[in-house]
Design a protein around this ligand. Structure first.
Ligand SMILES: Nc1ncnc2c1ncn2[C@@H]1O[C@H](COP(=O)(O)OP(=O)(O)OP(=O)(O)O)[C@@H](O)[C@H]1O
Length: 586
């Protein structure tokens, strides 16, 4: 009983006034003083401006009584204090505004103290002035966010032993705590036998115990100690607002692509070369947003050819059409495209074997081939052939630089669990999911238990990434490209796109052979009519500008200007870079 009494008393705060006790013995006065002293100690930070004012008044009264001639010395000390703050205050106060505040407080306090020493602290207007200066200088102090956070941490650290018991982490200790930009961080030492998973499983209880908003506490394991972890409390959400896309910095597909930023403001930079990637999340979670960020970066590189599969009828990838070498918009085209990718893969593999090399190193002349597939699960449902090819690419494509970037809304067992595709995905980007088990489906069995809580991501574009170098669950938010930015970026990058290398192009030459048949069938009496007929009858992959020049017998400028007119009127569409066909065909 004697042990529990003081423990409970420690928890009383402003919101929970101390209950009324009827105490019958003489210790009442002693208890009241002890409670008052504890209260003063607990709120010492908030009371600091008042305490300083009282100390100044007391000291001034003392000096005025016996040593009033010392006022010039007080003034000189004030000048020295201000000089020290301005010259070397950076050691204690890293922000300029804080140092300026400290200097102003020193001038006000020193000035008042010197005057009060000379004339007496009670001589008017000095008492009123002291009250005014205390309130004016106290206001920034009371409202200062970092000070308040520091005080809150101190109280939390003191209360941790009780809190730990309540939330089921009894025996854990706070080793250190610091305030950071968005809240505070504490290093925890766990009781022997406790693990980071125990802490992760108690996250909602910790949030409740700390009185923070749901979803505001993160736990990061300590790579060096299984019985240590870092607790990160975010008082403000660093990802509350969309983050605009900064222009890409890389020059080659070998450079990492910057997807967004983590909560500590470090960029999420991931290398796509020789790796397959999966982007998954529910509708509206921001998959297309992430594809846009990746495409905006990739289309700037001269050593990557991009093919697209978009089973939403080309809706998602259409803005990038002028930068894509090829687009498939239905399951049949998708199967053909993937079959061609496997042909390229085989041709490259055979060449590498002949050369005794192991890796296809991309250059602008021999680019890497990345196949961007939106709605990947649809493909699984509608084209088993396509899945067989995708499986092949997933297993054998890395070394020869033929890789997949798949986005899916439904990480179904059929699409993700079977075959090699999911297990071969080196980079997994998990946006918001509906159910916990979807996290395991995307990131791998056991991910949810290990703290990858994708179901708690609460805004589009927020994601978790599991990839080489990213093995702890850290929340990030992808950059956002507006539609206008997507169009402008595609326009800026379209003339820099490389073509497939001769080896790969020859391996799939049959695709262009289909197109040649059409060339022969069109008669170019009337160039306008010939152009339109050709566009109407163009194959799914479209016709190139040089083919249209041949068919119409007209020059490049004429063909371009007619195509622009048709495109402007919505009559033709650019199927992929430099390939056109009529928007609606008979
Ligand atoms: N990184 C981001 N930051 C802020 N908002 C975003 C971000 N990414 C996407 N959004 C917003 O979320 C909405 C849905 O995004 P998006 O279309 O990318 O989702 P999706 O997962 O592709 O959806 P669907 O599966 O229906 O195609 C859009 O209005 C977009 O503006």
């Amino acid at each position: 009983m004697r042990q529990r009494y003081p423990t409970r008393r420690r928890r009383w705060g402003r919101s929970e006034p101390m209950p009324l006790y009827v105490v019958t013995d003489d210790r009442q006065a002693g208890e009241a003083i002890a409670v008052l002293a504890r209260w003063l100690f607990r709120y010492r930070s908030e009371l600091a401006p008042l305490t300083t004012a009282l100390l100044l008044a007391g000291a001034a009264a003392f000096l005025h009584h016996g040593h009033r001639g010392l006022w010039p010395d007080v003034l000189a000390l004030t000048v020295v204090a201000v000089a020290v703050i301005l010259a070397s205050g950076k050691r204690w106060l890293d922000r300029g505004i804080e140092r300026a505040y400290a200097a102003v407080v020193a001038i006000a306090a020193g000035g008042w103290f010197a005057t009060a020493t000379a004339h007496g602290p009670t001589s008017p207007p000095l008492p009123g002035l002291l009250v005014a200066v205390t309130l004016i200088c106290g206001a920034p102090w009371w409202s200062h966010r970092r000070r308040r956070s520091r005080v809150r941490i101190e109280r939390t650290v003191n209360a941790w032993p009780d809190l730990a018991e309540t939330i089921g982490l009894a025996g854990s200790r706070v080793l250190s705590a610091v305030v950071d930009l968005w809240g505070w961080r504490a290093r925890l030492a766990l009781k022997r036998g406790q693990t980071v998973t125990d802490v992760i499983n108690r996250l909602p209880a910790i949030e409740s115990g700390l009185g923070t908003r749901p979803g505001s506490v993160r736990v990061e394991p300590d790579p060096a100690r299984a019985d240590h972890c870092v607790l990160h409390v975010l008082e403000k959400d660093p990802h509350a607002r969309p983050i605009p896309w900064p222009a890409p910095t890389g020059t080659s597909v070998a450079d990492p692509v910057e997807l967004g930023v983590f909560e500590d403001a470090t960029p999420v930079r991931v290398r796509l070369l020789h790796r397959h990637a999966l982007v998954a999340g529910i509708a509206g979670s921001g998959k297309s947003g992430i594809l846009n960020v990746i495409l905006a970066a990739l289309t700037a590189y001269p050593d990557v050819v991009i093919w697209g599969i978009d089973l939403k009828g080309g809706m998602e990838l259409q803005p990038w059409a002028s930068c894509l070498d090829r687009i498939a918009t239905d399951p049949r085209q998708a199967a053909e495209l993937l079959a061609d990718a496997v042909t390229i893969l085989d041709a490259r593999a055979a060449t590498l074997t002949r050369q005794g090399a192991r890796l296809w190193i991309p250059t602008p002349e021999e680019p890497t081939l990345i196949i961007v597939a939106d709605e990947y699960a649809e493909l699984a449902d509608e084209s088993p052939d396509a899945m067989a090819h995708a499986d092949s690419i997933a297993r054998r494509g890395r070394a020869v630089a033929v890789t997949l970037l798949a986005a899916t809304q439904r990480p179904t067992q059929a699409a993700m669990g079977k075959g090699a595709v999911r297990s071969q995905m080196d980079i997994r980007i998990c946006l918001r999911v509906r159910e916990r088990r979807d996290t395991d489906l995307i990131l791998g069995q056991g991910a949810h238990t290990a703290g990858w809580h994708a179901h708690t991501l609460d805004a589009p574009g927020k994601f978790l990434i599991s990839a080489p170098g990213f093995d702890v669950p850290r929340r990030a938010r992808a950059y956002l490209l507006t539609d206008e930015r997507v169009r402008a970026t595609a326009r800026a990058h379209r003339n820099r796109r490389p073509r497939l290398d001769a080896l790969s192009a020859d391996a799939i030459a049959h695709t262009t052979a289909d197109v040649e048949v059409i060339d022969a069938e069109i008669i170019a009496d009337d160039p306008e009519q010939a152009l339109w007929t050709a566009l109407l009858e163009a194959p799914d992959v479209g016709l190139s500008v040089s083919q249209l020049m041949k068919i119409t017998g007209m020059g490049r400028t004429w063909v371009y200007s007619r195509l622009q007119e048709h495109a402007h009127a919505g009559r033709v569409q650019q199927v992929s870079r430099g390939r056109w066909r009529a928007a609606q065909r008979p």
